[in-house]
Write a protein that binds this ligand. Structure first.
Ligand code: ADP
Ligand code: F6P
Length: 324
């Protein structure tokens, strides 16, 4: 028989993402409404190991749904990757009577959650990352806000780029995943999109494309470059030298990870937070909440981590056709 959960913990781990606060609020209030105790674990697995655990009540999560970042702070924790660190984490859970944990983060954080589940603490993961790179889910908390933030910034760069008839390289976040670059590339009508999953480092192709565009009367040339490819400043210098067209690089950086979450991020994060607590109350463990084919669903973490996801070839081709 499934063990009855009395106290749950919630933590945020890995890179922060707008909407994490909405998820924390939903976890805390759903659990309290069910008569459970709730503990907030600060600074991800780091705070768990160092016993940075606080009591949460309904007022602890007041006035946060509209805020970016995470009120519980977040961190990366090397020690938790070791069996000793994981043992320490599970012991701290036992000390506080925490029998279920909601972990809000990316794939790495889910690997940590797997380890806690193995050590006897029921765990549920919520997909929290601006990168959208969680294979089991069509949605991740923070992506919608991040792409909207980047899109608005790129619109502004486009204005000045056109006025000066320049080429602009705009670097967006995504070390391993190009979803932000792809979405902004399409939404901002960029002439080129460079994705870590696709780019072959052939700058001559870009140079030819810019020159052809100019011949066809294009007033600007926007290149959205994902962080994983990087080197935007050097690329701009080389393109300017080869084409004779003034070229500027802008690295949008961490502004994409902050700011007030969009309606979608607040709404989805809230539903996912409540869903996670429901799963814990049903005695479930080692599961991740996802949004798949228009529905909120859950997967076994082992299965979720074995899934693969790739950039859509069709979407990538559409972007090239529409910017001609
Ligand atoms: P994300 O959750 O965004 O993918 P990371 O990959 O940085 O971010 O992982 C966040 C944290 O999760 C790591 O700092 C570490 O504490 C924990 N973690 C990652 N991989 C493992 C693992 N294999 N075993 C245990 N804990 C892990
Ligand atoms: O959270 C995802 C992300 O923002 C990636 O897009 C980026 O590559 C990475 O985190 C940056 O991490 P850090 O905060 O360690 O610089």
């Amino acid at each position: 028989m499934a063990k009855e959960i009395k106290t749950i913990g919630v933590l945020t781990s890995g890179g922060d993402a707008p909407g994490m606060n909405a998820a924390i609020r939903a976890v805390v209030r759903t659990a309290l409404n069910k008569g459970l105790n709730v503990k907030g674990i600060q600074k991800g697995y780091n705070g768990l190991i160092n016993d940075e655990v606080i009591d949460m009540n309904k007022r602890s999560v007041a006035d946060i749904i509209q805020k970016g970042g995470t009120i519980l702070y977040t961190a990366r924790c090397l020690e938790f990757m070791t069996p000793e660190g994981q043992k320490k984490g599970a012991e701290i859970c036992r000390k506080h009577g925490i029998d279920g944990i909601v972990v809000i983060g990316g794939d790495g954080s889910f690997r940590g959650a797997q380890k806690l589940a193995e050590a006897g603490v029921n765990t549920i993961g919520l997909p929290g990352t601006i990168d959208l790179d969680i294979a089991c889910s069509d949605y991740t908390i923070g992506f919608d806000t991040a792409v909207n933030t980047a899109m608005e910034a790129i619109d502004k760069i486009r204005d000045t780029s056109t006025s000066h008839e320049r080429c602009s390289i705009i670097e967006v976040m995504g070390r391993n995943a190009g979803y932000i670059a792809l979405w902004c590339g399409i939404a901002n009508g960029a002439e080129d999109i460079l994705l870590p999953e696709r780019y072959d480092n052939d700058e001559q192709v870009l140079i030819n494309h810019i020159i052809e565009g100019r011949k066809r009367g294009k007033k600007h040339h926007l290149i959205i470059n994902a962080e994983g490819i990087g080197h935007s400043t050097g690329m701009a210098r080389r393109i300017e030298a080869a084409t004779g067209i003034e070229t500027r690089a802008t690295i949008l950086g961490y502004m994409q990870r902050g700011g007030s979450p969009t309606c979608k991020d607040r709404m989805y994060a809230s539903v996912m937070g409540a869903y996670a607590v429901d799963l814990l109350c049903e005695g479930k463990s080692n599961r991740v909440v996802a949004y798949k084919n228009g529905k909120f669903v859950d997967f076994d973490i082992d299965e979720a981590l074995s899934m693969k996801k790739d950039i859509s070839e069709y979407e990538f081709n559409v972007s090239a056709l529409l910017s001609k």
